[in-house]
Design a protein around this ligand. Sequence first.
Ligand code: NAP
Length: 460
Amino acid sequence: MREQLVQLGYLGAAGLFILSLMWMSRVETARRGVRAAELGMLLAVVGTLIRHEIVNYELIALAFLLGSAIGVPLAYLMPMTAIPQRTAVSHAFGALATGLIGTAEYYRLTSQGASSGSLILVALMFEMALGFLTFTASLMAFGKLQEILPTRPITFSGQRIVNLGVFLATVAMGAVLVLAPGGVFLFPVFVALALAFGLLLIIPIGGADMPTVIALLNAYAGLAASAMGFALNNKLLVITGALDGSSGFILAVIMCRAMNRSFANVLFGGFGKVQQSDSSKEKRSVRSSAPDEAALTLDGVQSLVVVPGYGMAVAQAQHKIHDLFQQLTGRGIQVRFAIHPVAGRMPGHMNVLLAEANIPYDNLVEMEDINPDMPTVDVALVVGANDVVNPAARDDPSSVIAGMPIIEADRARSVMVVKRGMSPGFAGIDNELYYLDKTQMLFGDAKEFVGQMVKELNAD
Ligand code: NAP
């Protein structure tokens, strides 16, 4: 009876996870999606806890308290802009847990005399290889994103051969352990090879492409969990692992497309090299304006498109932008927000921030829908965006961002750019947009500058 209840709970949890993914793909239903996932996870945890094979509830309670003591402050202290790093750390520990559970199961099975070539051993080896390699790969990704490690790709001659060699050695060692379960002494070599492969996989990838790698590691961790579900005969793990794995792959493919990268490059590394800015270049002048002048200009326009980027997230300027939106729409000005798929540092970054500031969802327009309108727009107000409005992506085939689709702010009748100085964006390259005759640079922190513009408009 208890087992039936547990299985029913697992079924409910799996259904909630599927609904959650569906709901989370739309801004209007995203919150409901998060709640559904939380409820699903609660059902899964309770179901697992009331199953017979739990050995020690005290240790679980202790682990729960320790984990919460680390996790809760982490959730509150990490800023939104550090979400990719935080996700990398979560993957690292999730993958380590998967690897360790696999290890415990492996020793349990072999001590009971597991049969050679058993399917459970195959699933365990697959799960542990993915778990351990995802652990070190995610730690490396965290180090690069947090800039504790060099963000540039680290390459050496014969790297692909070495990578392939370590990969094949891991597979071979796994096969030996499956076919000869008595060779337990070889198990640490298998683990060391998987850990080393995770390191080698990430070092040739530049920091710029790390968020895409994170999506891929998410997929690996999901596949590992799914394999563990087979090994432990836990259907819920099979389902959730498969959901996690496939959604991670889909996200990685979407991000590759948005950034015009080939998926093979992400898989095999050696891409994302940061182009050095040419310091010998002559200094060119730009036109800059103060908040009062900028506010005066905005007051006289009919249509405005705000292009938010990473700088808006850093400055947390979304609430001031909401105030500006209200001021301008109150004056009958059409205000829309152009959303680039990779603006900021994670998919949907701008949508989340603008929704948090209560900007109506209908005023958010996707890149491909806003671009045809840009030539008729009076002002494109770029707030802390750089690469996603860099015309070099469209016009310069030799640029590191060549081919990346952009929001064509340069085609608006006039352009205003809020940023603190002339620093490049994520790709590390100069932006011609700033030097156009129709561009006004609004130098300052986005929150402060936009706040001052709002004050000027209020004072009118
Ligand atoms: P960006 O190219 O990184 O540029 C951000 C700009 O914001 C900088 O030039 C910076 O200039 C400015 N800034 C920083 N702090 C500011 C502040 N407090 N106030 C005002 N401005 C500030 O950003 P983006 O245009 O959003 O492009 C995103 C980049 O990240 C793309 O290259 C994309 O490929 C990459 N990426 C995104 C994702 C994703 O999922 N979204 C994933 C992987 C990679 P100053 O220092 O001069 O102020």
